[in-house]
Design a protein. Structure first.
Length: 261
C-alpha cells in the first residue's frame, strides 16, 4: 500500500504521541499541516522533519524558542504531493562564533496539467549577528526562478535576485516576553513581513503575522496565530488571516501539529 506525505506524517505523529513521554532526549521534530499560505515564500504544506544538533529537553526558554535562544543548529526537509501539485522544502540554521547566525533554504513547487506546467524555485540565504541578548541584525539574499511551459512547446523563464536587511528583537524573561521581526521576502511575490509574538508562558504564545505587499494587484494579509504546547513533546498552532478590508474574507489559514522526540 502506497502512503502519501500526509498519511505517512499522520502515522509518525501517532507513534510520537504514544511514545514521547518515555523518551528522554529531544532532538527530532515532526510538523504536519499547513501554515500561512497567503505568504507562500515562507509557507509550509505537508509533512516536515527537523533535526536538532543538541538535546532540547534540558534547555531553558519557551518550547517554541529553545533552539533560537540557546543557539542550537538545526536542519529540516519536507514536502507534499497531491496529483498535479508538488512542494519540496529544505532549510537549515547554523550558529557560529561571535554571535553569527547563518540560515538558508531551498524551495521547489510544481503545478502541472495537460496543457501547462509551472515550476518555481526559491533559494534564500541570510547572514545575521546577535548584537546583544535582544537585538539581531542581518541581511537576506533571494534567488527566484519561475519556469512556465505551454503544451511542452513554449517555455518562459523569469529570474530575479533580491537583497534586503532584516531586524529581530527577542526579549524573554522567565519564559515571558516578545519576539519581534521585520524583513523583506521575495519569490513569486515581494512583500515585507512583520512578526509580533508574545509568549505568555513556556507553553503558550499569541501573535500577529503581517504580510505587506508592494504590488497594487495583491492584498496585504494579517494573520492572528496562537501556539500551544500541551507538554514539551506535542504542540498545535492555529491561525486565521485577512486583508482587513470590507471586501475580504479569510485569506490564510494555519493549522500545524508538532511532535518532538
Amino acid at each position: 500500500m502506497k502512503l502519501g506525505g500526509l498519511e505517512l506524517g499522520a502515522l509518525l505523529c501517532v507513534n510520537v504521541l504514544t511514545q514521547a513521554p518515555a523518551i528522554a532526549a529531544t532532538q527530532h521534530q515532526l510538523d504536519l499541516g499547513v501554515t500561512d499560505l497567503a505568504g507562500f515564500d515562507e509557507s509550509f504544506l505537508g509533512a516536515r522533519y527537523r533535526y536538532f544538533a543538541e538535546d532540547l529537553e534540558p534547555l531553558t526558554g519557551p518550547y517554541d524558542l529553545k533552539a533560537d535562544l540557546n543557539r542550537v543548529n538545526n536542519y529540516a526537509f519536507g514536502g507534499f504531493s497531491n496529483g498535479d501539485f508538488s512542494y519540496l522544502n529544505t532549510d537549515a540554521a547554523v550558529y557560529g562564533p561571535e554571535g553569527l547566525v547563518m540560515q538558508g533554504s531551498l524551495q521547489r513547487t510544481s503545478d502541472d496539467n495537460k496543457d501547462w506546467q509551472d515550476t518555481a524555485y526559491l533559494v534564500s540565504a541570510a547572514l545575521g549577528k546577535q548584537m546583544n541578548e535582544q537585538l539581531q541584525l542581518g541581511f537576506n539574499a533571494y534567488y527566484s526562478r519561475v519556469e512556465s511551459n505551454w503544451r511542452q512547446e513554449v517555455k518562459n523563464v523569469a529570474v530575479e535576485w533580491t537583497y534586503a536587511p532584516y531586524v529581530r528583537w527577542t526579549d524573554i524573561n522567565k519564559n515571558q516576553g516578545w519576539d519581534l521581526e521585520l524583513k523583506q521576502l521575495a519569490g513569486r511575490y515581494k512583500y515585507v513581513r512583520g512578526k509580533a509574538v508574545y509568549y505568555v508562558n513556556q507553553a503558550w504564545s499569541v501573535g500577529l503575522i503581517a504580510n505587506i505587499r508592494n504590488e497594487k494587484h495583491l492584498s496585504d494579509n494579517y494573520e492572528l496565530q496562537t501556539h500551544y504546547w500541551f507538554n514539551q513533546h506535542i504542540a498545535l498552532k492555529f491561525g486565521l488571516g485577512s486583508a482587513l478590508d470590507s471586501e475580504s474574507d479569510l485569506n490564510s489559514v494555519s493549522l500545524l501539529l508538532t511532535a518532538r522526540l
